[in-house]
Design a binder for this molecule. Structure first.
Ligand code: APR
Length: 312
């Protein structure tokens, strides 16, 4: 029997997730959205690309969660994207309501699913999904680090004139301006990056990575990035459903790791059939740890806002 993946939100990110899932023939797909007709129409359109692309997935669009019953993985992309001048944090309370509602439905219809959260502000939305679902931490995972690392790898590959596949890197921390690209651990097929580029070029690329999402929002004007975010989410789904055990930077709920408790922070994890199978604690320099502390504090600030606004 084929695996089943639900994508909540049939907008730019959600539809792109469905496209990657189908193209890689990873699972049968259900796409859910509140707008009537959109998930059905996009689902049918995508299904009809099957004979051309040669995939045999079932693709269903819906406005309710009945067809999502017993999904193996659920990717939550529902919510507002940023507009120019907005930070991801500006989306907080509007997207809190959407992610809360979606998670309640998902937890009811697919109590054993693994949740992958994409909606921003990412780390706070992961916290919301974990809190609302009551799922264990191995089954609530945020997509951020793969995307941030992919942007960093893309910029480095372009600068160095080498394949993106030759760049190994790791971006930790929250999915925001305080993310922490680990320069010390970046290499080009094992050659330390610091031997290949001067400090000011590396710093400029780190800076561009931190603002990688905003750069695209500025171009698009009416929304935010979706191809690379969707590709990143589907790398996670694939590693889980094929039990590949890839080690990838993802937002994980920490219980003491790196000195944080009860917070989602981007860290390297092993993704396999049961979701997060291991959290890796990288030895950080005091400077790197200070940057990660700043990033974690920014995530904590958002959780505090949610707790204050929803208290009573
Ligand atoms: N349930 C299901 N779908 C919903 C709900 C809900 N409660 N509320 C909104 N949606 C749907 C919208 O109808 C829309 O189709 O979510 C979709 C969002 O699509 P876009 O506006 O195209 O936004 P997108 O670019 O896909 O970004 C979605 O992902 O990367 C993040 O920051 C981004 O938070 C944003 C999210």
């Amino acid at each position: 029997m084929r695996k089943k993946v639900t994508v909540v939100g049939a907008g730019n990110v959600g539809a792109s997730c469905a496209l990657w899932l189908a193209a890689k023939e990873i699972a049968d797909i259900v796409v859910v959205d509140i707008v009537e007709g959109v998930p059905q129409g996009k689902g049918l359109d995508l299904l009809q690309s099957g004979p051309v692309e040669g995939f045999d997935c079932q693709i269903t669009g819906a406005n309710d969660y009945a067809p999502t019953e017993n999904s193996d993985v659920v990717v939550i992309t529902a919510g507002f994207p940023r507009k120019p001048g907005m930070s991801r944090d500006d989306l907080l309370m509007a997207n809190y309501d959407i992610v809360k509602n979606a998670t309640e439905q998902v937890a009811k219809h697919s109590p054993n699913a693994i949740l992958i959260i994409v909606t921003n502000p990412l780390d706070a939305m992961c916290w919301t999904a974990k809190h609302v679902s009551g799922f264990p931490r191995n089954r609530v995972i945020g997509m951020a680090g793969i995307l941030d690392t992919a942007r960093y790898r893309t910029f480095l590959a372009t600068e160095l004139g080498v394949s993106v596949e030759s760049i190994q890197a790791l971006v930790l921390g929250g999915h925001g301006d305080t993310m922490v690209p680990l320069i010390r651990l970046t290499s080009v097929s094992g050659i330390p990056l610091t031997e290949l580029l001067p400090k000011e070029r590396i710093d400029a690329i780190v800076d561009r990575t931190r603002n990688g999402g905003a750069e695209i929002v500025k171009y698009l004007k009416t929304g935010s990035a979706y191809y690379a975010p969707a590709a990143s989410a589907i790398e996670m789904v694939e590693s889980i459903l094929k039990d590949k055990k890839k080690v990838l930077p993802c937002a994980a709920y920490l219980e003491g790791e790196y000195g944080y408790n009860g917070l989602f922070v981007g860290v390297p994890v092993k993704l396999g059939a049961s979701g997060i199978e291991k959290i890796y604690e990288v030895q950080l320099t005091s400077e790197e740890k200070a940057m990660l502390d700043k990033s974690a504090a920014a995530v904590q600030d958002l959780i505090t806002v949610i707790q204050q606004k929803t208290a009573n």
